[in-house]
Design a protein around this ligand. Structure first.
Ligand code: SF4
Length: 263
């Protein structure tokens, strides 16, 4: 029997939950946007206008307790914070373990940390930082918080006693070591490293334009097999550094066989 190929969000969680369609951060490489565009649910321009799906809220937390990634196709911001807290309330009270994934707004993270002190063991924050260079972030993730705000959010959650982790996927430059050094002191769990997946296809669907396609091409050429091998050799003995499917595939490393095994 062929082994199941576990990729994307399923590397981290058994289930995902979302309460919005669209995301104002407008990341050019966004898989959720490309997926929604591909299936005709939204236009690339429409993606940046977040629509709160109130009808989803009653379904939050339904089912047997498991690992849930929240959100996976939008982010948490001041506009949808109340609905996100409502969804988190339901998931945590039901006994789920929640992986909270965000390019974090510090006020939102503060509100979440203040509210769920009794659920600290049932939560893990994962903040996305693909580069420490704000110019690079601005190009790929035009409306997302600055690197300073993301680092501040990480420090805040860590200092308030929450489990913390980083997603450096996609790596947006070759200075991955800088992201690791800046975040490691405030990371209790893991730092995930991965490449930009299906770049050409997703950028085209998202209407990202020629400059983005060219930059993605250059980025992936720079992050070639030699680069990835060096990176792996440098960090393979650090138990907090974990490798996403894109890297495991390149280096022929063992891949998870069940969803959520690598949380
Ligand atoms: S923050 Fe996430 S969901 Fe929002 S646009 Fe960026 S990649 Fe997509």
């Amino acid at each position: 029997m062929r082994k199941q190929n576990i990729t994307g969000t399923r590397e981290w969680a058994c289930k995902t939950f979302n309460i919005c369609l669209g995301c104002p951060h407008g990341c050019l490489y966004c898989w959720a946007c490309s997926n929604a565009v591909r299936f005709g649910r939204i236009s690339p321009e429409g993606w940046r206008k977040q629509r709160i799906l109130c009808d989803n809220l009653p379904r939050a937390g339904k089912g047997k307790p498991t690992k849930i990634m929240f959100p996976s196709t939008h982010d948490i911001n001041l506009e949808n914070l109340g609905f996100c807290l409502g969804a988190l309330d339901k998931m945590l009270n039901r006994g789920h373990f929640v992986l909270v994934v965000s390019k974090p707004n510090v006020d939102c993270i503060h509100a979440i940390c203040k509210r769920y002190t009794k659920f600290k063991e049932k939560m893990l924050f994962r903040f996305t930082i693909g580069s420490l260079d704000n110019n690079i972030l601005k190009f790929w993730e035009p409306n997302a918080p600055s690197v300073e705000e993301r680092l501040l959010s990480l420090e805040l959650a860590h200092n308030m006693g929450y489990k913390t982790s980083i997603s450096c996927e996609p790596m947006l430059d070759c200075d991955v070591g800088k992201v690791i050094s800046a975040t490691l002191p405030f990371v209790s769990d893991s730092i995930w490293i991965g490449q930009m997946n299906q770049a050409k296809q997703r950028l085209k669907l998202n209407g990202a334009g020629q400059e983005a396609l060219q930059k993605a091409d250059e980025l992936l050429k720079a992050q070639n097999l030699d680069f990835i091998k060096d990176l792996y050799d440098q960090y393979k003995d650090n138990s907090k550094i974990k490798w996403k499917d894109s890297i495991k595939k390149m280096l022929d490393l063992d891949r998870p066989t069940k969803p959520g095994m690598d949380v």
